[in-house]
Design a protein around this ligand. Sequence first.
Ligand code: FUB
Ligand code: ZN
Length: 636
Amino acid sequence: MADGASGPIVDTTASPCARLRPLPVAAVRPTDEFWAPRIARNRVATIPSQLAQCKATGRVDNFRRASGKIGGEFQGIYFNDSDVYKWAEAAAWSLATYPDPALEAELDGVVAEIAAAQQPDGYLNTYFMFERAKERFRNLKDMHEIYCAGHLFQAAVAHFRATGKRTLLDVACRLADHLVTQFGPDGRIGACGHEEAEMGLVELFRTTRDARYLDLARRMIEARGQTPAVLGRSPYHQDHAPFAKQRKMTGHAVRHLYLCCGAADVVAETGDAAYLAALDALWHNFTLRQMYITGGAGSRHEGEAFGDDYELPNERAYTETCAAIGSVMWNWRMLLLTGLPQYADVLELALYNAVLPGLSLDGTRYFYENPLADRGGHRRQEWFGCACCPPNVARLLASLPGYLYSIADEGVYVHLYASSEAALTLPTGDTVRLREETDYPWNGEITIHIDEAPDREITLFLRVPFWADEAESQLFLNGDDATNFLTGEPGAYRAVRRLWRAGDIVRLVLPMPVECIESHPHVTSNRGRVALQRGPLVYCIEQADNPNGDAWDLALTDDSTFSTERLEIAGHSVIALRTDGLVRNANAWADALYAPYAPENSEDFSPATLTAIPYYAWANREAGPMQVWIPVVSDQ
Ligand code: FUB
Ligand code: ZN
């Protein structure tokens, strides 16, 4: 196991207003059958294939062109630099947990190309070179220059925290210094049409303690919604109102979610109450009006945007993989800020059900959009011209160990359950070592072995997720019932405070019945339908498991009961749900599109077994219809 010398993703260790401190990514080693193989596949399949794509598509050569090593034209989309930076961040986090000399050498090579492309004044963007140099910072709204810089900042911080090397960090600081001259107190008011740099700058501040970077992040957030308008007053760019006055998730989804990440980072450093109030209102608007049951965000194809409240179509769901990652990042920051479990709940929901579907089970193909119903035409691709999603997934998976636990003065928080080993140093300097064993997300039994604990009382904070039935959940300490700790508000962290001894064993039992979930009646596409959820996983029915008829003709009855069984999907074991359901009689509608209304009932259907699989696993076999929201037919 790595010695925990690396840094964390999002370092609130010294943030005066954050409740929790994250752990170094290397301090936690997943040993489970769910995440550990995915993280390993990320290292051996996803990250190498993405570098090959970045090389084959000219993304790396753009840096070589900028440094004068090769000639030719800039290749691809003007923000292609960001894909190389995201790849570098993924590679860096992967090195934090798995030393890999070959990957480290590849990363060093890419870092050298990036460094060589930097201009003497610190400027770095390979699109705005040579004949385009005169266009630098002329079109902040559209051209993603500062967005690319933000991804460089995040990559550089990850590289430094994971390897201790300053090579990329020095490049990032020179570029950040250049941005300070342009947009700092002695420059002009400006911000990028695509947020990202705000959170990168705060992390750069946390790494260097250079307060100009934090100030610049705040200035860029403040630039929105000002008069005269910096970004055309457009809601698409979140320029319709000052951030502190924003109350509704609006416009391009990834942008708004990244803006919230940056604002949460600023709150952690400054305690800004107006930003916090905006974040709270935006989070409630998102989770109560605009979030898919999967945790997915951004329902509109047009503008890759949030829609109106309750506008959550299924076949036309956009739910970009990057937006789900933005939600994970935002909720992680809110969790660190507050220690409140609702943020871990949404993070977990999005992680399993909105980020994971973005990646094929073999780790080599990607979804950009994630519809919740499909006729079989939507398939994952090896890469995209606009390839924002693939390296975003890679960097998240590479850093995933860092999301499992946090620490606070009182003790240890357990956020995401997974078999793992963790070596923690509390803010007091005390060491805690623990081992977790669980078959989560398939089973809600979690055993935590305390292998080392300080000689004073500390608290173990356990998350009882929102889906867990409070009355049925149980806690055991060294075999004795300690369920009285599980009282209080549903979905809260349960605090177990005591003088722990090496050898102590905590067992948390979270029953995982299948839940049929309905949605608010204003979500018109889900009327008369339910979605199936078991534990943190949302399910779907896919044609490959349902030979009884078109998967869109399958229905549940209102007294459906479910059994579970293991199923192999493309070599991956999942728990599937089975139930006696119905299939619409083939001749029920013939060729008609419309017909006089007659209440639908079970006579229009025949009995059929339904099999549902975790939504993240769909589209890994032969193509066919799929749906998450399943009609319910009354037996009356
Ligand atoms: O514009 C950069 C990225 O590409 C966005 O975040 C995605 O939505 C895609 O448009
Ligand atoms: Zn994307």
